[in-house]
Ligand binder design. Structure first.
Ligand code: ZN
Ligand code: ZN
Length: 144
C-alpha cells in the first residue's frame, strides 16, 4: 500500500505538516486575525497555549517569514499570514494597508515586478526582496 507522493511534491503547497508546534500556533494566530499582529500581540494570544517568551515567537516568525507563510510589514513592525498560496517565492509582494480599519490586502503584480527588474538590471542592483506597502483607505472605509 506504499504509494509514493513524490510525483506530486512539486505542486504541493507549503502549508507545511512539518511546522514546529510554535510555528503552527503562531501561523494559526496570524491566520485567524483580521489585521496584522505584532510579535507581542501574538504572544498575548498564545499565552494560554504555553508560549511565554518573546524569543519563542520571534523564532517562529523568522521561520514562517523565511518560508513565505507569513510576511513582515516593515512600516507597522507587524506580521500577517500570507494571503496567497502562490506567493511563496521571492518576488514582489505588495500590501495595501487600510488606515481606517487596519485591513491588509496582499497582492502581487507582474508588471511592477518586471519594471523593477528592468531598473535593477540597468543599475546592476541585485534585488533580494521587494515589499511594497501602500497606505490608504479600503473601499469599505471610503464608502463609510
Ligand atoms: Zn504572501
Ligand atoms: Zn478599511
Amino acid at each position: 500500500m506504499a504509494h509514493s507522493h513524490d510525483d506530486h511534491s512539486g505542486h504541493n503547497h507549503v502549508w507545511a505538516d512539518d511546522l514546529t508546534k510554535n510555528q503552527g500556533l503562531v501561523l494559526g494566530a496570524l491566520t485567524h486575525s483580521d489585521g496584522p499582529l505584532s510579535a507581542y500581540d501574538i504572544l498575548d494570544k498564545l499565552r494560554g497555549d504555553g508560549l511565554r517568551a518573546p524569543l519563542q515567537v520571534y523564532r517562529a516568525l523568522d521561520k514562517l517569514v523565511e518560508r513565505g507563510l507569513a510576511h513582515r510589514l516593515e512600516s507597522l513592525n507587524a506580521f500577517v499570514a500570507c494571503a496567497d498560496e502562490h506567493c511563496h517565492r521571492s518576488g514582489l509582494i505588495a500590501f495595501a494597508i487600510c488606515e481606517g480599519c487596519g485591513k491588509v490586502d496582499e497582492f502581487a503584480d507582474a508588471v511592477i515586478e518586471e519594471r523593477l527588474g528592468d531598473w535593477a538590471g540597468q543599475k546592476g542592483f541585485k534585488v533580494e526582496r521587494t515589499t511594497m506597502e501602500i497606505r490608504g483607505r479600503c473601499a469599505e472605509c471610503v464608502a463609510a
